[in-house]
Every structure is written in structure tokens, then in C-alpha cells.
Design a protein around this ligand. Structure first.
Ligand code: MG
Length: 512
């Protein structure tokens, strides 16, 4: 058996199985009848176990080790002949493919199966308890379950191994290569500069955003959203838009990406910016290059880079004056006639309103990273055992006052608002802020590469942007690391200065 050929075969099988799992997950969040959940959970868990055992199997390790020795891609090309799903790689792609498989096998092998199943159980019960606790605003109800999940999370970090802090192997799951040695100073600089800047912006502006609360039926919002998607080049023969409680993007195949949104009939920004955000994720997953199609490399580099794509579209394009120069007259004339009395500037200020808010998912683009810094500091302290679960709600409230200047009136709008910890996803939150920072940095490069792009946006044309993102980010998939990609596109590593300059320029000089 040719080990390289064998590894490529296993790789493609895992790729397909993961998409099957995504399909089950997507269906669960959109169309599955409520009582289907029990068997669905079993189906997904079985499939995940199969995928895991395939990854850690002796056959896979053998193929991986053999493939490293075997470097003749040309011979491989002739051998695979007409098998269309596998294409020969360039040397760089081949090295990246082996790097990713090394990483995948190494991580999966370190986690004992018993820990996987204990974690699956604890988080499945934990999520249900969290939902109840959030509804009743009772942290006490969730506390013992969070405690159990945290104990397992520490065990997981120990199994994966770390040098400096048990938080490192956790964040590495979502943002490969990222460590606290980079994150902590990055977030500290961001906090120091952003807190006073945020206060300055809030005190400099008073915005009456009543125009966003006009009645706007769901069907009309959807039609408007679809028009924006079409203009963005979102290909409906390869993608769908559906409804779910929490918006998400799910990739079910190389030519099958599903995005969702939710509709609020008296606050349309929820759906419209949600659609633009998810379409940013969707375009990424639809843009991987042909040579890496159907392989481990046909994935986003990291969650931070993935989020950079969604935030790029949602905030840097979608909340841009140029964007609404084109869409506002259409919105006024064809969808929301009541807006004809609202001046453009009022509308623009409304969709860019900056204010202290309690809920992360509703936060404006300026204060958003502060919500993440709070979560990062707390979850890192929990994992490192320098903060106890009993002290968590008070620490949350203190952090909110310090960073955003407001205090939740109950834990439902405070420490209980996010699902992540109940899912055991410690280390996930930082990727949201990293996405924001990457997006600011990429946007600055786009403007340098294509100074005319704002005029194109004013005409509702996004071809240059899509082409640029495709070339710089999408087609490459996982070939480069996040750090390499960021340097290639912007000439420097991740740097919060871009985001801070963008915020200062937009909110203190241009539109206020
Ligand atoms: Mg997102």
C-alpha cells in the first residue's frame, strides 16, 4: 500500500464524515422537530466517535509516517489517475497537509476516550442546566455543573500538555499557535487604549435610533437581505439562507454552505447585519482553491481568521457610509417607506450607535472587544485556578463596571448570558476579538491595494473586494498559519493599532 495515497484516502473520508456530521447539526438547529433531539444527539456522538477513532487508528499513523518519507508527488499524480477528488499538491501544500495531519493526530491521541465521553456528558447536561439557569437568572443552579466542566477542562489541558499556562492548549484548539504570551499583552494594550476611547465616543454622541425600530415584516427583511447577498456574490446554487435561534454558518460540502439568521419584526439590523456577517463566513468556505478541495486544507485557518471574514463584511463594509449610500435609497423606496422622513445621517449614526451595553452579541463594534477581554481574563483565571467559581459572578460584575461602566442587574444579563462555558469551550472567546483585529488590519490593506474601492461600494459593487479576499485569504485555505497569513496580507503581525485607528477615525472624525 502506498502510504501517501492511503493518507489522502483517509483524509478525504474524514472530510466527508465531518460534513455528514455538520448536516446533522445544521438540521438540528433549523428543521428538526423538537423531539428528534435524543436520537440526533446519539447519531452525532456516534459519528464523532467514528471520526476520532479513524484519526487515531494505527492505520492512519502508519500512513502519516510513511507519507512523510515519500516525497514524490509526481508519482502520486500518475498513480491516482482519474480520481477526481484528489489532486496533486504543490510542495507548500504538501508540507501544510502533513503539518495539519500531524497536529490532528497528535491532539486526538493525547485525549483519552474516557475524558471525551465524560466531557460530552457533562456539557450536554451542563447546557440544559445553563439554559434553565439563564432563564431563571440563577447562577447557583448552574454552579455545580460549571464546576464539573471546569474540572474536566483542566484535565483536558493537562492531557494536551502545556509549558506556561493550562489555558494555552485550550486556545490552541481554536486559534492554532496562539498562546497567552501573545494574547495577554495584546489584550492589555487594547484595553488600555480602548476604554478611554470608548468613553470619549460615547460622551461625544447622542443618537436617537428610533428609525431602526420601525415595523418591517420578516418576509420583506428576508427579500432585502437576499438582494444584499446577491450583490455580495453569494452563490445561491451553492448556498442557502435559513432561520435559526442563533445565527451560524455550516459547511456541508465544497459546494453546499448554509447560513442562518433570525428576524426581529421591529428591529431589522438583527437580521440584516446577521446575514452580512454569516455571508462573510460563507464566502470563505466557498472560496477554497481547487487543489485543496476535499482535503484537510479546505478549512479556515483558525476561528480568528474565520471571524475576520464575517466582521470584515458586517462592520467594515456593512456599517460603512459608502455601503448605505447605495442601499439606503433602496431601503427607503422599496422596503420601509416610513424611512423617507429620516435623513441619511440619522440612519447612519443609528446603525453605528456606540453605547455601554450588557449583552455581548448586541454590542457595537467599538465596545465589542471589551466584552471579550472580560471573558478572557475570567476564563483564564478559572482555568489557572486563581479565581473560584463562587467568586465568578462578582468578578464579572466588577469587570463590567471597570471596562464598560455598567453593571448587570441580574446574572441572566451578566455571567450567564453566553453558552460557551456550558459547552466546555474555554479558549474560544478570544477568537472573536482576534477576528475584529485581523479584519481592521485586512481592511487597511484593501484600501491600500484598491484606493477606489469605496466608490465601488457606493455603487453597490463588491467584485473587487470579493476577488481580493479570495486571492489573499479564501483560496489558500489552511495552507498558511494565521500569523503567516496576517504578515503576507498586511506586512506585520497582528496589531491592535489598526483597529484603534479605524475606530478613532470613524467615530471621532468622520461620522460624528
Ligand atoms: Mg461569526
Amino acid at each position: 500500500m502506498n502510504p501517501w495515497k492511503e493518507l489522502r484516502r483517509i483524509d478525504h473520508e474524514v472530510y466527508l464524515l465531518r460534513h455528514v456530521s455538520s448536516l446533522l447539526g445544521w438540521d438540528q438547529e433549523t428543521y428538526m422537530p423538537i423531539r428528534g433531539i435524543e436520537e440526533r444527539a446519539e447519531q452525532i456522538s456516534l459519528l464523532e466517535t467514528l471520526i476520532h477513532s479513524k484519526i487515531v487508528s494505527p492505520a492512519t499513523r502508519e500512513a502519516l509516517e510513511g507519507a512523510k518519507e515519500q516525497l514524490d508527488e509526481e508519482q502520486f499524480a500518475t498513480e491516482i489517475g482519474g480520481e477526481s477528488h484528489v489532486r496533486p499538491f504543490t510542495p507548500i501544500q504538501r508540507a501544510a497537509f502533513l503539518r495539519e495531519w500531524d497536529r490532528r493526530v497528535a491532539r486526538a491521541s493525547k485525549i483519552p476516550t474516557s475524558l471525551v465521553s465524560r466531557m460530552a456528558y457533562a456539557t450536554s447536561v451542563g447546557q440544559a442546566k445553563w439554559a434553565q439557569a439563564k432563564k431563571e437568572a440563577s447562577f447557583e443552579l448552574f454552579k455545580p455543573y460549571l464546576q464539573e466542566i471546569l474540572i474536566l477542562t483542566r484535565e483536558l489541558a493537562g492531557a494536551l500538555g502545556f509549558r506556561e499556562t493550562p489555558y494555552d492548549p485550550l486556545v490552541d484548539e481554536y486559534e492554532p499557535g496562539m498562546t497567552c504570551a501573545v494574547l495577554s499583552p495584546l489584550f492589555e494594550q487594547l484595553r488600555k487604549d480602548l476604554v478611554p476611547l470608548f468613553r470619549e465616543i460615547v460622551s461625544a454622541s447622542t443618537v436617537d435610533d428610533r428609525c431602526l425600530h420601525l415595523p418591517f415584516p420578516k418576509e420583506a427583511q428576508e427579500e432585502f437581505g437576499m438582494r444584499i447577498l446577491q450583490a455580495m456574490g453569494f452563490p445561491f446554487e451553492r448556498a442557502r439562507l435559513d432561520v435559526s435561534v442563533h445565527p451560524f454558518t455550516s459547511t456541508l460540502g465544497a459546494d453546499d454552505v448554509r447560513i442562518t439568521t433570525r428576524y426581529n419584526p421591529t428591529y431589522f439590523p438583527t437580521a440584516i447585519f446577521g446575514i452580512i456577517h454569516e455571508a462573510g463566513h460563507g464566502l470563505y468556505d466557498l472560496g477554497f482553491g481547487d487543489e485543496i478541495r476535499g482535503t484537510i486544507l479546505a478549512e479556515g485557518v483558525s476561528l480568528g481568521i474565520h471571524e475576520s471574514q464575517s466582521r470584515f463584511w458586517e462592520n467594515y463594509i456593512g456599517r460603512n457610509k459608502a455601503f448605505w449610500t447605495y442601499w439606503y435609497p433602496i431601503l427607503q423606496k422599496e422596503y420601509l417607506k416610513d424611512l423617507s422622513l429620516v435623513p441619511f445621517d440619522t440612519f447612519l449614526l443609528s446603525i453605528n450607535r456606540v453605547q455601554p451595553s450588557l449583552i455581548r452579541v448586541e454590542a457595537d463594534e467599538v465596545s465589542y472587544p471589551l466584552h471579550i477581554i472580560l471573558r478572557y481574563n475570567l476564563e483564564k483565571a478559572l482555568v489557572e485556578d486563581s479565581l473560584s467559581i463562587s467568586d465568578l459572578p462578582a468578578a464579572w460584575n466588577d469587570g463590567m463596571v471597570e471596562l464598560l461602566g455598567i453593571k448587570p442587574s441580574h446574572d441572566g444579563e451578566g455571567v450567564l448570558q453566553d453558552i460557551h462555558w456550558s459547552m466546555g469551550s474555554f479558549g474560544y472567546f478570544p477568537t472573536y476579538a482576534l477576528g475584529t483585529l485581523y479584519a481592521a488590519q485586512f481592511y487597511s490593506s484593501l484600501l491600500k491595494d484598491h484606493p477606489q474601492v469605496l466608490q465601488e461600494i457606493e455603487q453597490g459593487k463588491y467584485g473587487t473586494i470579493v476577488q481580493w479576499l479570495r486571492e489573499k485569504v479564501h483560496t489558500l485555505g489552511k495552507i498558511f498559519t494565521a500569523e503567516e497569513l496576517c504578515r503576507q496580507i498586511t506586512g506585520s503581525p497582528i496589531d491592535p493599532g489598526y483597529f484603534l485607528r479605524y475606530v478613532r477615525e470613524k467615530y471621532l472624525h468622520r461620522i460624528s
